[in-house]
Design a protein around this ligand. Structure first.
Ligand code: COA
Length: 244
C-alpha cells in the first residue's frame, strides 16, 4: 500500500493512516513530503473505502517541526514557486476533503505542523505536545493557510499573539485556546484517535460529509446564508434517504 519515502500511508478497516515519516529531521515538511502528501490526500478524497483519516508523526520527538529549513527559500524563482503551488495546491486539496480528518499530534508541532493539524477536523494532542509558529522570526508568514485557519479556531487576538510573538504553547494551554480538542497521555494518543475514528466510520459517509460541510463552509458565511446551506445539505440528504 505504501510506495512513498517520507510518508507512510496505510488503510485498515476503512481508516486511512497518514504518518509523516522523517523522524531524523523531526518530520520537517520538505518538497518531497509536499508531493507525497498531495498524492495521499487525493487518495483519501477519492477512495470510497476510506471513511476517516488519522494524521500523525513518526518517532518520539515530533509530529512535525515545520518547513524543512535546509530547503528554506530554495525555490528557483518566485514565478516557478507560484506555478508549483498552483499545480499542487496541497492546502486547498486538504481543505476540500469532506471526509472527517483527525490529527493525533505529539512533541514538536511547529509551523506547517500546526497548519497540517489545522486542516484536520478534530485534533488530539499528547501531554508532551508543544505548539508554535516560528515563521515571523524567519522573516516569513505561515504559508499553508495558518494565518486563516488559526484565527478561525482560536479567535483573532489569540491567533495574533501566537503569530506575532512566535510564543510556544504547551498541550494544556493549546486545549484551553481550542487549538486542540483534547489532551491525552502519549501512550493513549493513537488509541484515542482510533476510538474516535471507529465511532465516526460507522455512520453514513454522506451524513458525515454533509455535517462537515455545514460547519466548515457555514463558518465563512453569514448566519442567513449558513442556514440556507444547512437547509440545502439537509434536503439533499433527505432526498437520498427517501430514494434509498
Ligand atoms: N528543518 C530541517 N531539519 C530540522 C528541522 C527543520 N525545521 N527541525 C529539526 N531538524 C533536524 C535538526 O537539524 C536535527 O538534525 P541533525 O540531527 O542532523 O542535526 C534533527 O532534526 C533533530 O533536531 P534538534 O534541533 O537536534 O532537536 P532539539 O530537540 O534539540 O530541538 C527544535 C528541536 C524543534 C527546537 C529545533 O530542531 C528547531 O528549532 N527546529 C526548527 C524549527 C523551525 O524553525 N521550523 C520552521 C518553521 S517555519
Amino acid at each position: 500500500m505504501n510506495s512513498f519515502e517520507v510518508i507512510i500511508y496505510q488503510k485498515q478497516h476503512d481508516i486511512a493512516y497518514v504518518t509523516l515519516n522523517r523522524p531524523q529531521a523531526l518530520n520537517a515538511y520538505n518538497l518531497q513530503m509536499r508531493d507525497e502528501l498531495y498524492q495521499v490526500l487525493g487518495t483519501i478524497k477519492d477512495d470510497p473505502e476510506v471513511k476517516v483519516a488519522i494524521f500523525r508523526g513518526a518517532g518520539e520527538k515530533a509530529f512535525c517541526a515545520g518547513a524543512d529549513l535546509t530547503e528554506f527559500l530554495t525555490a528557483p524563482s518566485p514565478v516557478i514557486a507560484r506555478q508549483v503551488r498552483w499545480e499542487r495546491d496541497v492546502w486547498g486539496l486538504f481543505l476540500s476533503i469532506t471526509k472527517p480528518l483527525i490529527a493525533a499530534v505529539h512533541g514538536y508541532v511547529l509551523g506547517s505542523g500546526i497548519e497540517i493539524a489545522l486542516c484536520c477536523d478534530i485534533r488530539l494532542a499528547s501531554e508532551d505536545a508543544q505548539f508554535g509558529l516560528p515563521e515571523v522570526g524567519l522573516g516569513i508568514i505561515p504559508a499553508a493557510g495558518g494565518s486563516q485557519t488559526l484565527p478561525r479556531v482560536m479567535g483573532r487576538a489569540q491567533a495574533l499573539e501566537i503569530m506575532l510573538t512566535g510564543r510556544w504553547i504547551k498541550a494544556e494551554e493549546a486545549r484551553r485556546l481550542k487549538l486542540v480538542n483534547r489532551v491525552v497521555s502519549r501512550h493513549d494518543l493513537l488509541p484515542a484517535a482510533e476510538r474516535l475514528a471507529n465511532k465516526i466510520k460507522g455512520y453514513s459517509p454522506m451524513a458525515l460529509s454533509h455535517s462537515k460541510q455545514a460547519i466548515t463552509r457555514g463558518l465563512d458565511l453569514s448566519l442567513e446564508q449558513g442556514l440556507e446551506l444547512e437547509a440545502k445539505l439537509g434536503n439533499s440528504l433527505l432526498n437520498v434517504n427517501r430514494k434509498g
